[in-house]
Write a protein that binds this ligand. Structure first.
Ligand SMILES: N[C@@H](CCC(=O)N[C@@H](CS)C(=O)NCC(=O)O)C(=O)O
Length: 211
């Protein structure tokens, strides 16, 4: 049995979304997010102390990218990823890892330093903007980030872009990103996931700034 330890405004959205896209049976444990304080991480009420955490039988692990990749490899039945031998496979891996490897470190730093060191936050925003430009250029000629087909890389990327959008950091010149997010938001699986954001009203006193 698959069990996802989930909190609505965290990266567990990615896993929730891929589980829905694949039509898998799973248990969703929705857990209140404990806001971060300096020096304390891995303190969430999940088996590993972080969101997302997935249990699959005797296996328990974290990292949204690893979980998304695992579920697609293990249960995807050739959906949501180009075949290993496809020339698109390398791009798929690039975009699967770009969000956590490149975008989210900026997002985390901007959130973390917004009040205490606005100069650092501004410098990080400028660099993030260049990285978003790289994404925007890739979307100029294709509906999805790896080409004509929706893949797990879109799931990874969209959750980072939604955070960036919510932070007001999506510049108007990145013209391909908003239509891309709209395209993804028309997917029933994402609609269900977004619904869970509405249920975030359960925990109004804890605005999430995960890092
Ligand atoms: N790179 C990791 C980041 C995980 C992460 O930072 N999770 C946050 C929520 S978005 C968390 O659980 N932070 C609280 C903590 O570590 O106590 C991933 O993609 O899963």
């Amino acid at each position: 049995m698959l069990t996802l330890y989930h909190s609505p405004m965290t990266r567990s959205l990615r896993v929730f979304w891929v589980l829905e896209e694949l039509g898998l049976e799973y248990v969703l444990k929705s857990i209140e997010f404990i806001p971060p304080t300096d020096g304390k991480i891995f303190v969430q009420n999940t088996p590993i102390g972080r969101f997302p955490t997935l249990e699959d039988g005797e296996v328990t692990f974290c990292e949204s990218g690893a979980i998304v990749e695992y579920l697609i490899e293990r249960y995807g039945e050739n959906r949501l990823a180009p075949p290993l031998t496809s020339p698109l496979r390398a791009k798929y891996l690039q975009w699967m890892h770009f969000p956590e490897g490149t975008l989210n470190p900026y997002i985390n730093a901007i959130r973390r330093f917004a009040e205490s060191s606005p100069g650092i936050a501004a410098a990080m925003s400028d660099e993030l903007d260049i990285a978003i430009g790289f994404v925007n250029a890739e979307l100029a000629d294709s509906p999805y980030i790896v080409g004509k087909d929706f893949t797990g890389a879109d799931i990874m990327l969209a959750v980072s872009l939604l955070s960036i959008n919510m932070m007001g950091l999506l510049a108007e010149n990145h013209t391909h990103i908003t239509p891309y997010l709209r395209r993804l938001q028309s997917r029933p699986a994402l609609a269900k996931v977004m619904q869970s954001l509405a249920t975030r009203a359960e925990y109004p006193e804890h605005p999430v700034a995960c890092r």
